[in-house]
Design a protein around this ligand. Structure first.
Ligand code: V1S
Ligand code: CA
Ligand code: ZN
Length: 394
């Protein structure tokens, strides 16, 4: 019997809005909000709610969304009629798409504005708990929508809850380190803070311009090239190829984040934990196991800074739930030995093929994806990042 206990003098808070999970992007769309239900049910089956402060969050207000997003965009988002006709992958965009809304990636579905404001409310509430020091780690799995721009939807993201959360953190902390382990480039967050040295953004992602979304985030994209701009050198990008393994990822992550922690000296961490970097993801290309993904959370926690953890991508729902449940347990107790066998009383247990938290790569696909990351290339990446960091500091 697994008994996770509330750590003494340490508070983890879990922020969720159960209404969010009821929304649908459409039959064929890879984003499935019910992965949040699956996550919550695993977290509960392991007894984790007893060891955290649990909050049912409210929807963010128009004024709160307006702290980043333009009014004309928000007005359209709130009033655009849902498209009822299902659309296919090939696009089939309306003839006059406004703000990139409508079409296959960012469909206008029923209840869209509510869904977006709930996701944002979750992240803003989590950030406020970190600000007032009522939590050491605040978790918002319903957030992490890193592609949304000030007045444009992009890649399944309409409202950038991360930017809104970081804006809250900036009210009470001098420097925020944003880390993004989603398989896609965190372009929206990078762009939002490109002109400030109070936020450093770091994204690890699959990079293949023209072939992999969104196509940005090259190694030498380090923010504005103008040295007068305080944001210069404060964007770090780690472009990767297919098939990266737990061992390679951990080596890169610890080397890069460790060095950034020494040079930039952040006061708080905002970690986007997109689970599409896991092996077997419907859209992703990496070979990370639940353990390797979780090791990033454990490493960030070991730095001893307050931290907000967001969700993000993740398109094989049972694996998303595994990773986020495991990472919730790491937030509570990093030394934990969470049992691999999913508790017998877990609802949806039959969804978890093999009924374990840590399936092997073979159990996930039989034959894992070929690894296209050479040690030589990974060393070049580390060298480049270390050189960028020479320009950073106080
Ligand atoms: N990769 C991928 C992918 N798959 C889809 C998709 C598939 C089926 C559908 F019914 C609807 C959409 N879209 C994409 C990507 C967007 C990926 C977004 C990732 C989001 C995140 O995990 O980082 C954070 C939540 N879109 C594209 O590749 C764009 C196109 C370039 C190809 C598809 N056509 C329709 C539009 C242009
Ligand atoms: Ca990323
Ligand atoms: Zn993604």
């Amino acid at each position: 019997e697994y008994n996770i206990v509330r750590p003494k003098g340490y508070t983890v808070s879990y922020h969720a809005n159960p209404e969010m999970e009821k929304h649908h992007f459409g039959q064929t769309h890879p984003m499935k909000p019910w992965r949040l239900t699956l996550t919550k049910s695993l977290v509960s089956a392991y007894g984790m709610p007893f060891a955290m402060d649990n909050y049912n969050t409210r929807a963010a207000t128009y004024e709160e969304l307006n702290a980043f997003h333009a009014s004309d965009y928000l007005d359209y988002l709130a009033t655009a009629p849902p498209e009822d006709t299902p659309r296919d992958y090939e696009g089939n965009n309306p003839s006059d798409p406004k703000f990139n809304l409508g079409g296959s990636d960012c469909p206008l579905f029923h209840g869209l504005y509510d869904y977006c404001s709930m996701s944002a409310g979750t992240s803003i509430d989590a950030a406020r708990k970190i600000c007032c020091q009522q939590s050491d780690i605040a978790i918002a799995w319903g957030g992490g929508l890193h592609h949304a721009k000030r007045r444009e939807a992009s890649g399944f993201c309409y409202i950038n809850d991360i930017v809104l959360g970081i804006l809250q953190l900036l009210r009470c902390y001098p420097r925020v380190l944003y880390i993004d382990i989603d398989v896609h480039h965190g372009d929206g967050v990078e762009e939002a803070f490109k002109s400030t040295d109070r936020v450093m953004t770091v994204s690890f992602h699959k990079y293949q311009p023209d072939y992999f979304f969104p196509g940005t985030g090259a190694l030498d994209d380090n923010g504005p090239k103008d040295e007068q701009n305080p944001g210069a050198h404060h964007a770090i990008n780690v472009p990767l190829n297919d098939g990266i393994t737990d061992e390679q990822y951990a080596m890169l992550f610890e080397s890069i984040i460790g060095k950034i922690n020494e040079t930039y000296r952040p006061s708080v961490i905002a970690l986007q934990c997109g689970a599409d970097s896991l092996a077997g993801d419907r859209l992703g290309r990496f070979n990370l196991r639940v353990q390797g993904h979780g090791a990033c959370v454990a490493y960030c926690k070991s730095l001893g800074l307050p931290m907000i953890i967001f969700g993000g991508g993740g398109y094989t729902p049972r694996n998303v739930a595994r990773a986020w449940a495991y990472e919730t347990s790491i937030a509570i107790a990093s030394q934990n030995k969470i049992p691999d066998i999913i508790p017998l009383h877990a609802p949806w247990r039959e969804h978890f093929i093999h009924e374990t938290l840590f399936p092997t790569l073979e159990q996930i696909f039989g034959e894992p994806r070929a690894n296209r990351n050479t040690q030589k290339r990974l060393n070049e990446i580390i060298m480049h990042v270390h050189e960028q960091l020479r320009f950073v500091g106080h």
